[in-house]
Design a binder for this molecule. Structure first.
Ligand SMILES: *Cc1c(COP(=O)(O)O)cnc(C)c1O
Length: 368
């Protein structure tokens, strides 16, 4: 049979399983705690909300297409050259732009087994092939990534820390990965959770970007800055990569409220510090308390934990999800991440965290 006479998307597009975001409601439950999308329980800086509102008086004006003030603010906050920063509509936007700029039909891009789902989606959308490198203990494995390099490899995506596992690759290992890559392969370090990491062997990638020609770091305002609704991310890269992305990005790919709120958010370091302190208190608490119930929790460096459930009837992740949801506790099923019997839990408010542990205790048949 010949193809029907209608427009056909490019190769790869129909192979994409569309991204399904975490649930955000529980039918019939009045009070819902959304712990499914790694959002901050503290919300954004009040100064960011104020800056966002102020833009409402000028909605007829196009934003600054170069997002100059925002890039300057990011540059000041991180000690970076603003000319080597590109902002985007969430880091998803930037990951897709990187794929579009550097991948074509027949190329390969490597990501890891439980890596962020945007990587294969962005890859397939260009006609290139996603290549999966196995992980060890739910952690990216540098040797496994290197073993999958071929003459067709153009890009390596590494979420560090990774979502949904929460594990991270120490900087020494990231450097070892980079050293072994051919110079024409672009290493994309996705550091969406960098602000949460408290490990002295971790580095988001700034040093590596600054000293090489084939590394890019992506960051987001969606997580610790609490601006997920505005869609705002940025990348720091070599000048030649920045130049390529600036040629293909939308001319006004970041909206004016996002620019204003982003500047205020990044300058409110006290608010960021509070969010970090909240996580420092509750991430270990959740890990320990859930572990005490006999459930395996993957050690996390981010603002969420991956909880593994027994394979026993009535005790699976799906069973736990049903009970938690009936109590208004929305966690994330991660079957699409090849983790059919696990749930991802975002660190929430104290109230939410305590409720989750109490509900899981009930689920496991243990009194609290
Ligand atoms: C949440 C997240 C992002 C951020 O996405 P945005 O598009 O900026 O909201 C990027 N990478 C990973 C691994 C994430 O978990």
């Amino acid at each position: 049979m010949s193809a029907p006479p209608r427009p056909q998307p490019r190769r790869g597009v129909l192979a994409i399983d569309a991204y399904v975001p975490g649930k955000s409601s529980a039918p019939g439950v009045a009070r819902v705690f959304k712990l499914s999308s790694n959002e901050t329980p503290l919300g954004p800086s009040p100064k960011a909300i104020e800056a966002y509102r102020a833009v409402g008086a000028h909605l007829e004006d196009y934003p600054d297409g170069a997002a100059t003030d925002l890039r300057d603010a990011i540059g000041r906050a991180f000690g970076l050259d603003p000319d080597r920063i590109v902002c985007g509509g969430g880091s998803d936007d930037l990951l897709n732009l990187l794929a579009r700029a550097y991948l074509a039909d027949g190329d390969e891009a490597i990501h890891t087994t439980h890596g962020f789902l945007v990587y294969p989606i962005a890859t397939l959308g260009t006609g290139a092939t996603p290549v999966v490198a196995p992980e060890t203990d739910y952690t990216a494995d540098v040797d496994a990534i290197l073993a999958r390099l071929t003459a067709k490899t153009k890009l390596v995506f590494l979420a560090n820390p990774n979502n949904p596992t929460g594990t991270y690759v120490p900087f020494d290992e990231v450097k070892r990965l980079h050293r072994a890559l051919p110079p024409h392969v672009l290493l994309v370090l996705d550091a969406a959770y960098a602000e949460y990491v408290r490990r002295n062997d971790y580095e988001a990638g700034i040093e590596l970007v600054a000293t090489s020609d084939n590394v890019v770091m992506c960051r987001t305002f969606s997580k610790i800055y609490g601006l997920a609704a505005l869609r705002l991310g940025w990348l720091y890269g070599p000048s030649h990569v920045v130049d390529a992305i600036n040629r293909i990005r939308g001319p006004f790919n970041v909206n004016a409220p996002a620019i204003a709120a982003g500047i205020a958010a990044i300058e409110d370091t006290a608010h960021v510090e509070r969010s970090r302190a909240h996580n420092d208190r509750w991430l270990p608490w959740l890990t320990e308390e859930i572990g005490k119930l006999g459930l395996k929790v993957t050690p996390s460096a981010a603002n969420f934990v991956l909880i593994h459930f027994p394979d026993a009837k009535g005790r699976t992740a799906a069973d736990a999800d049903a009970l938690l949801t009936s109590r208004g506790l929305i966690l994330r099923r991660v079957t699409a991440y090849k983790l059919p019997n696990a749930l991802r839990l975002t660190v929430g408010t104290e109230e939410a965290n305590r409720l989750v542990v109490a509900t899981l205790a009930e689920f496991m048949g243990r009194p609290t």
